[in-house]
Ligand binder design. Structure first.
Ligand SMILES: NC(=O)c1ccc[n+]([C@@H]2O[C@H](COP(=O)([O-])OP(=O)(O)OC[C@H]3O[C@@H](n4cnc5c(N)ncnc54)[C@H](OP(=O)(O)O)[C@@H]3O)[C@@H](O)[C@H]2O)c1
Length: 172
């Protein structure tokens, strides 16, 4: 069975983005993202995908959700899905070759539509308040999810001195 997880970084007031990008640069969180998603499938919204400086990271399979019919991929490991349902159907089909786990990596619109699917949430909490125009809508988290563990890490960054890596899982 395919496991679906959210992976997200947000501030204490829930900010995940501003003006189409992330209002911070935190290499320790990018490292966490790279390690976690290596060899796995990533489902991502077209706005977020377009905002990535290096587009797709190697060693992952990207499913980009977009309603635009002109999006047809000729690249390896990149598939455009015209709905969340198509993205899930495609992920289920190939997940055995990609570690059996799918990371849903935002943005806000994609998180909003997939809370019901996820067994795990990997949330990097950036302990500060920042203005933004996109949030992680944690209020949509179904009641069955519980915090499983929380690790803090001291970092060198001009925004914060530490991060919390929080792991939520669904209880059955
Ligand atoms: N901090 C974090 O962890 C994190 C993670 C990810 C993103 N972000 C930030 O979040 C922001 C982007 O979030 P967003 O909500 O604006 O955009 P998004 O979720 O990345 O992408 C939205 C787009 O996805 C497509 N889409 C969404 N639902 C769809 C559906 N049901 N069927 C077909 N297509 C669908 C549409 O693309 P088309 O217009 O092509 O149809 C829509 O315009 C950025 O600021 C980004 O930096 C932050």
């Amino acid at each position: 069975m395919t496991i679906y997880s959210h992976i997200v970084a947000c501030t204490v007031n829930g900010t995940i983005g501003k003006e189409g990008t992330m209002p911070w640069h935190i290499p320790d969180d990018l490292k966490f993202f790279r390690e976690k998603t290596l060899g796995k499938i990533i489902i991502i919204g077209s706005t977020t995908f377009k905002s990535l400086p290096k587009k797709a990271l190697e060693g992952r399979y990207y499913i980009v959700v977009s309603s635009s019919k002109s999006n047809i991929s000729k690249e390896d490991n990149l598939f455009y899905a015209d709905s969340i349902a198509t993205a899930i159907e495609h992920a289920d089909k190939i997940s055995d070759n990609w570690g059996g786990e799918v990371f849903i990596a935002g943005g806000q619109s994609i998180y909003e539509q997939t809370f019901h699917l996820v067994t795990h949430i990997y949330l990097t909490l950036i302990p500060t308040v920042l203005d933004g125009d996109k949030i992680y809508p944690i209020y949509l988290l179904p009641k069955k999810h519980r915090e499983k563990n929380r690790a803090s890490k001291r970092i060198k960054n001009n925004l914060v001195d530490y991060l919390y890596f929080i792991h939520y899982t669904k209880t059955f």
